[in-house]
Design a protein around this ligand. Structure first.
Ligand SMILES: Nc1ncnc2c1ncn2[C@@H]1O[C@H](COP(=O)(O)OP(=O)(O)OP(=O)(O)O)[C@@H](O)[C@H]1O
Ligand SMILES: [Mg+2]
Length: 252
């Protein structure tokens, strides 16, 4: 579904991502782990179009996506959430979800022909859809509240609802479990599993090893910008290179 060929991203003399090649198979929940500073988020930024790779090639469902804008990649069905979600604090949860950039080109094109009633109907469809996903992530009771009242975990769920507006086929999650209390973490895991059962593929960066080991197969391990290995939870846990990478880097 997604193929990365020798992706490199340098910042000055520092190669944050250094010749990384891998594939994500459709239908999987693929994990991406590695110590702090390994280059995981930088790789996500390249995949989602926020950063242009210095070199290398990215293919999503058979088409090149490296160099496309984040919006174009999002509209093609590849969505990402942020390590630190930043919703618009004074807008409501519902408004934040409705802001997802879906179908805007179409709206601009049709706007001149649509009657006010048509625009209102379109708006109602958007509200319905936003409410559906807000309900799905368990935030219905907070839909009319400003996003600033949300906890860290609830912000992660808001992000998930927001990207689901685009009907993505592949979702990149950057640390969905970070700073999330255990009860909410169970909700997040259950929602990922439900979406995966509906056919959505995931690539997940996560430091919570219980979450990774139970949810992800296969698991990619990065260290110092490079892909160290790919394997099942058992293979990764048993590999001395992984232990070494974590001991050599900052603590998890
Ligand atoms: N915009 C940037 N400019 C310069 N250096 C950067 C930039 N973004 C990341 N880096 C550097 O690239 C390296 C990889 O960072 P990255 O955030 O991708 O790591 P990570 O694996 O996501 O770490 P963490 O687990 O802490 O989130 C680090 O050395 C970081 O300082
Ligand atoms: Mg990161």
């Amino acid at each position: 579904m997604l193929t990365a060929h020798a992706i490199t991203k340098t910042f000055g003399a520092n190669a944050a991502v250094d010749g990384v090649s891998f594939t994500v198979q459709r239908g999987t929940i693929t994990g991406l782990i590695g110590p702090n500073g390994a280059g995981k988020t930088t790789l996500f930024n390249c995949l989602a179009g926020a950063l242009k790779p210095t070199s290398g090639r990215l293919e999503f469902e058979g088409s090149r996506i490296d160099g496309l804008s984040p919006d174009r990649i999002f509209r093609r069905g590849l969505a990402r959430t942020f390590q630190i979600p930043r919703p618009f604090p004074e807008m409501t949860v519902l408004e934040n979800v409705m802001l997802a950039p879906v179908g805007q080109a179409g709206e601009r094109f049709w706007a001149n022909w649509l009657t006010p009633a048509g625009v209102a109907a379109q708006e109602r469809v958007l509200v319905e859809k936003a409410r559906h996903w807000i309900d799905f992530v368990g935030l219905s009771h907070l839909a009319p509240e400003p996003a600033r009242v949300l906890s860290g975990g609830q912000r992660k769920l808001l992000e998930l609802a927001r990207v689901l507006m685009a009907d993505p086929r592949l979702i990149l999650l950057d640390e969905p479990g970070a700073g999330v209390n255990p009860a909410l973490l169970d909700t997040i895991v259950a929602r990922i599993e439900a979406l995966n059962a509906q056919g959505i593929t995931f690539l997940i960066i996560e430091h919570n090893m219980d979450l990774v080991m139970s949810l992800c197969r296969p698991i990619l391990v990065m260290a110092q910008g490079r892909l160290l290995l790919t394997g099942t939870a058992e293979e990764v846990q048993a590999d001395p290179r992984v232990v070494e990478a974590y001991l050599g880097g900052a603590p998890v």
